[in-house]
Design a protein around this ligand. Structure first.
Ligand code: FE
Length: 220
């Protein structure tokens, strides 16, 4: 595993050579057995091989098209350039958020009170339970993602942000530490419309050691 975020060709730092362009489809490094409480096996495969791979491939396609599009026709009501600029961030964040989503799954949901991340959640939210309640509420309110971030450029506090779409809702400069996908494709096949049951299973599947490592790497 390579260093966290902002790396090319992919967050995983593994060049699979399987997409044409700058960005490569990272492997699904987590074994199905480790996440079966959160998703069925078909979703495990579809989510990576179809949804996630689609974002990587389209990110490459958009990048290629952007090198050719006529910038002199740029227009905010409609222009090919505008459409591509919107899809650039849709697919770019679609790629990165999925990689981060799987990265801290596969644990047992247990944590150590001495972990830096747990101490900071206590400090910034009042208690671990208050963070968990807020994260669950954020995830129930979103159409796309709930993301625990270090809000670096504001006051450096931990906050749960709602990314309603891949490219809508993030705070500039904030660093994602823990990501949950709440698009229906992530849970409907196993849980139907019961998003709460999916989120409870997700919370019990967090690898807090990894979250703590990530927090320590990116806190300032
Ligand atoms: Fe997804």
């Amino acid at each position: 595993m390579s260093s966290f975020i902002f790396i090319v060709p992919s967050y995983f730092g593994v060049d699979m050579g399987n997409s044409e362009g700058t960005y490569q489809i990272g492997p699904l490094l987590i074994a199905y057995e480790k996440v079966k409480s959160v998703m069925d096996e078909e979703t495990y495969k579809w989510h990576h091989d179809t949804h996630y791979a689609g974002y990587v491939n389209k990110r490459n396609e958009v990048e290629s098209e952007l090198s050719k599009v006529d910038r002199s026709k740029a227009n905010a009501n409609y222009s090919a350039f505008r459409a591509m600029k919107l899809e650039e961030t849709w697919n770019g964040n679609g790629m990165l958020l999925h990689e981060m989503y799987w990265d801290t799954m596969g644990g047992d949901g247990k944590y150590d009170a001495e972990m830096e991340i747990i101490k900071r959640l206590d400090e910034d939210f009042g208690s671990f339970q208050a963070w968990k309640d807020d994260m669950t509420a954020t995830a129930k309110s979103g159409r796309g993602w709930a993301v625990l971030c270090i809000d670096r450029f504001s006051d450096n506090k931990l906050r749960n942000f709602l990314f309603d779409a891949h490219n809508q809702g993030g705070i500039v400069g904030s660093v994602p530490i823990l990501v949950v996908d709440v698009f229906e494709h992530a849970y409907y096949h196993k849980f139907g419309p019961d998003r709460g049951a999916y989120l409870a299973a997700f919370m019990d599947n967090i690898d807090w050691k990894k979250v703590d490592e990530k927090f320590n790497r990116h806190k300032t």
